[in-house]
Design a binder for this molecule. Structure first.
Ligand SMILES: [Mg+2]
Length: 127
């Protein structure tokens, strides 16, 4: 599959500026549109305003964390709407991944961000 031919619009939710830059830099090389939310509150607002193919959601954030933001987004979805939410976490514990899935996220990526891992997850999610 050629990932350059995809036309993803992505909401990146991440409080760390360096991580924001790394993910944006990596994904813009593929021509994707990336919007950035700095915390869960901004993520919920931007989800409401925008149309995204999926969300990359950091879990640990000030103001509102990724688990709570995911819960609010899921509560706002109507009918069979379900935006894919991929968790980003700094730790690779299986328990952490299970917690993300239990809280309404669809997949999990560990940091540092690895684009090949993202593409594997997108394939699994049929995106
Ligand atoms: Mg964070």
């Amino acid at each position: 599959m050629s990932w350059e031919t995809k036309n993803y619009s992505i909401l990146l939710v991440e409080d760390n500026k360096l991580n924001q830059t790394v993910v944006k830099f990596t994904l813009k090389r593929y021509g994707y549109n990336i919007d950035v939310a700095n915390n869960g509150i901004e993520a919920v607002e931007m989800y409401k305003e925008g149309t995204y193919d999926f969300i990359l959601m950091d879990v640990m954030m000030p103001e509102m964390d990724g688990l709570e933001a995911t819960k609010i987004i899921r509560d706002q979805e109507e009918g069979d709407e379900r935006i894919p939410i991929i968790a980003l976490t700094a730790d690779i514990m299986v328990a952490n991944e299970e917690k993300c899935l239990e809280n309404g996220m669809d997949a999990h990526l560990s940091k540092p961000f690895d684009v090949d891992h993202l593409f594997k997850v997108l394939t699994e999610l049929d995106l």
